[in-house]
Write a protein that binds this ligand. Structure first.
Ligand SMILES: C[S@@+](CC[C@H](N)C(=O)[O-])C[C@H]1O[C@@H](n2cnc3c(N)ncnc32)[C@H](O)[C@@H]1O
Length: 251
């Protein structure tokens, strides 16, 4: 029997993964990646060289961060690793889940961008924090960039997409929370896909995200052994005060 819509892995990372570059382009990550780079550099006791990214997806952040760091990219979706390998052939790619992957070595820094938002329970968040901790060297840092925390969550709609050489994508993303008392919210996507000048087709995809308070985030990171702090994300494509990052130093 098929999974219920709320537990199924997003199609965007599976059968529709080849469309990812038309939904999300590396150029849109340039300014944001610069912010992450600066935070990682500032937070490390000695200059960081190696960076592990957990949930690296299509590798858009990595396409910028790899200029400053030797990167290892972990994702649980084989199709997304394939997309990222095409963009970042010089990076090491590893199939794994951020809740339990163990690479048997440490990195100067660990980074989890929007992929961390796919963890929907505090237990899963704690497992990912532990993964970050065991892969981070003492004096290093783990940077977490969830799409939302409970205090700042709001329902919102985004749209975008672009044309490739032989096909085009447009999307509408509707972020909403059917039950504000639980630890999840939803993003429903409508993708309009057009190939070779033919008729567009429409696909629906539901993404289930986790929503935790600032205090819960800080407690999970402290419990893992980090010394965490909260930093607002400031860049031109983000409305001021809507996104917070967690910079977690490993003593
Ligand atoms: C929006 S994409 C990340 C895009 C990325 N920030 C970039 O720069 O291209 C989200 C990714 O998180 C991955 N993901 C979700 N949960 C995960 C988990 N538990 N472990 C590893 N990867 C996960 C998905 O497979 C997907 O590739």
């Amino acid at each position: 029997m098929a999974d219920a819509p709320t537990t199924r892995a997003p199609r965007l990372y599976d059968d529709l993964a080849a469309w990812w570059p038309l939904l999300s382009a590396p150029v849109h990550y340039l300014e944001e990646a610069h912010v992450y780079r600066s935070l990682i550099l500032e937070a490390c006791a000695t200059p960081p060289r190696t960076l592990l990214e957990l949930g690296s997806g299509g590798g858009n952040n990595a396409s910028h961060l790899k200029l400053d760091f030797t990167m290892t990219l972990v994702d649980r979706a084989p199709a997304m690793l394939e997309v990222s390998r095409a963009l970042n052939p010089e990076c090491e790619h590893v199939l794994g889940d951020m809740r339990d992957v163990r690479l048997g070595r440490v990195f100067d820094a660990v980074f989890a961008h929007d992929a961390i938002t796919y963890l929907t329970t505090l237990d899963d968040l704690a497992r990912a924090a532990e993964t970050a901790f065991v892969h981070c060297r003492p004096g290093g840092v783990a940077l977490f960039a969830p799409d939302a925390i409970r205090e700042l969550f709001r329902e919102i709609t985004h749209c975008g997409g672009r044309d490739g050489e032989t096909r085009s994508l447009r999307y509408l993303q509707w972020i909403w929370d059917p039950d504000p008392t639980d630890t999840t919210y939803l993003a429903d996507f409508a993708y309009v896909l057009r190939e070779g000048g033919g008729e567009p087709r429409v696909e629906h995809d539901r993404h289930v995200f986790g929503l935790f308070s600032r205090a819960e985030w800080l407690q999970v990171l402290r419990d893992a052994g980090f010394v965490p702090r909260v930093v607002p994300l400031v860049h031109s494509e983000v409305e001021a005060g809507t996104i917070e990052l967690f910079v977690a130093s490993k003593p």
